[in-house]
Structures are given as C-alpha cells and as structure tokens.
Design a protein around this ligand. Structure first.
Ligand code: BTN
Length: 246
C-alpha cells in the first residue's frame, strides 16, 4: 500500500492542497500521505475558482505522491488515474457517472466531484504531486455560483458515511496508482475513454470562434482534447479552450 500509509485528519484547514504543499516545502512527508479535512476556509478549485463545501458534509482530500517514473510530458496520467478512482466510487452508486475531460466527475450533466492536481517537475520526471479531490457527498444546498453541483445524497436519496467513502476512495486511489507505478498507462487510458462524458456523440461546443457541433474523438496522452466537426476537420484543445454547451 502506498496511498493511505499515512493519514492526517484535520477539522479545519485553509485548503488541504495548500497544507500538502507546505508539508512538501517544510518537511519530507512519506509518499501516499493523505490529508483530509472536515472544512476548508479557502478551498481551491481550478485556477480562479473556489471550492464550496459545508462543514462535515463532503469529502475533501489531498494526496502527496512522488511519481518519479512519470515524465513531465506524460503527467496527464496522474489526472487519468485519480479521475478513474473517483469515477469508480461514484459509478458504484449510480450508472450515470462519467469523467468530464479533463478531470471532473459528472452524474448526468451535473458535477459531483472536482480534482485539482498540482505537480512539480524535477528535471526529466515529476518530483512531487499533490492530488486534491473534492467529492460532494451529503450536501444538498449549494450557494456559490457553481453552475451545476450535485451530491451523492441528491443522486441516491440517502445519507452516506463520510468515513466509509474516504476509506473506499483511498483504496481505489492506491490500486490506480499501482497501475501507474507498474507502467500500465495504456490500460488506464483505455478505461478513461470508456468513462468519458459525451465521447463519440455529436454535441454542441463553443471555442474562440463561436458555437459548433462536434464529437469528442479522444484525449491525447498529453491531455489535449481532440474534437471533430461535421465538415470532417478536427482540432485539439487545451483546458479552457473549449466549452461544452450543457
Ligand atoms: C475543480 O475546480 O473542479 C477542482 C476542485 C478541487 C477541490 C479539492 S477539495 C480538496 C482539495 N483542496 C483544495 O483546496 N482543493 C481540492
């Protein structure tokens, strides 16, 4: 077991990712250290966004990894393996779970979990990685401007044990990280594609040129999204270069 060998549980922190980053700066935390919190004062989402979570209602977790076997060009594999672990947990409770590129977890058209990966590169490999996960578990009212939040409770109609969900996720993450360590990236990529939201279907998107109809072909190993258009042309996008029309 790598992930979960050390677990630090906090009541209140600024952000579990920020705490993990300061542990990395000031000490030498063992690989697989998991930090959880009941509440974050300044939970961070994707750059420019905050992460809303009522005290004690949801899973807030960061994991410290040293993926020295991963080259910087292949760092999307970390996003892939974390997305698959969270997806597996949600999919065991609802068949409508999907991974929305690059690493959101959706149920139908609603977002149930977000992932914030912060890597540091050391020469030819990843030196350290903080994988932050926010999974909405028992919260039923969302106040922030997030467009489409949903929780496990809203999806299943029942209250879930946060402790059981946390233990299950740690074990799923450990299994998926084992695949990265063993070089099973191709298998991870293929599973990621099977779970990919709106892949292989025509949908409306928008990019800097406006709205269009397109179909997600695949996600390249470097994390770029390949989308084809009705006229047969295809384009690749980095995060935030394309919006899904929901
Ligand atoms: C997103 O915007 O989709 C990413 C959200 C990531 C939220 C999690 S909650 C635990 C960890 N600590 C943070 O401050 N952010 C991540």
């Amino acid at each position: 077991m790598i992930i979960g060998s050390h677990i630090l549980q906090h009541e209140k922190v600024s952000s579990t990712n920020t705490l993990a980053a300061s542990l990395l700066k000031d000490s030498d935390p063992p690989e697989g250290t998991v930090i959880t919190a009941s509440y974050q004062e300044t939970g961070r989402g994707q750059p420019g966004n905050s992460w809303e979570s009522e005290p004690g209602k949801n899973l807030l977790m960061s994991v410290i990894l040293y993926p020295v076997m991963v080259r910087p060009a292949d760092q999307f594999i970390i996003s892939t393996m974390v997305s698959l672990a969270v997806h597996e947990l949600v999919a065991a409770r609802t068949p409508a779970a999907r991974i929305k590129w690059p690493n959101d977890i959706y149920v139908g058209d609603d977002k149930i979990a977000g992932i914030l990966i912060e890597n540091s590169i050391m020469g030819q490999t990843l030196g350290s990685c903080v994988a932050g996960i926010g999974l909405n578990v028992n919260q039923v009212h969302f106040r922030s401007g997030a467009p489409n939040p949903v929780s496990l409770k809203q999806v299943t109609g029942t209250t879930h044990s946060l402790r059981a969900i946390t233990e299950e996720l740690v074990s799923l993450l450990d299994r998926r990280y084992g695949m990265v360590v063993r070089g099973e990236g191709a298998l991870l990529e293929s599973e990621y594609h099977k779970a990919l939201y709106r892949a292989g279907e025509w949908h409306r998107f928008s990019d800097s040129d406006g709205e269009f109809e397109g179909m997600i072909e695949r996600v390249k190993p470097d994390g770029m999204l390949l989308v084809i258009r009705r006229d047969g042309s295809s384009r690749e996008y980095a995060f935030r270069e394309i919006d899904y029309i929901l």
